[in-house]
Design a protein around this ligand. Sequence first.
Ligand code: FES
Length: 112
Amino acid sequence: MDIPLTRIFGVVTFYSQFTLIPRGKHAIKVCSGTACHVKGADDVKRKLRDELEIKEGETTPDYQFTLETVACIGTCFLAPVMMVDERYFGKLTADKTSDIVREYSNKKLGSG
Ligand code: FES
């Protein structure tokens, strides 16, 4: 492309959408905004950490999931909420969270 590496590096490190660390096929974003926090987001986060065996900001060793915590997603009425890729999941419980993760895990590489 005839673009200096330093320029590419500058762009990649400036925008949060880019990363130098490989990410999982599925991005799980758990809301930690006020409404979600009050409605039990900590239980959802705990369940995700247990199911995926990773912490926020990490990716599973098989590169299937990356777990992130984000501020308000904008669907507070569904609190607690998480997104998996572009899908919203609301009124979560620990059990429901577990079912969603297993559903995506069983799809193997998101074929559906
Ligand atoms: S606080 Fe979680 S969606 Fe708004």
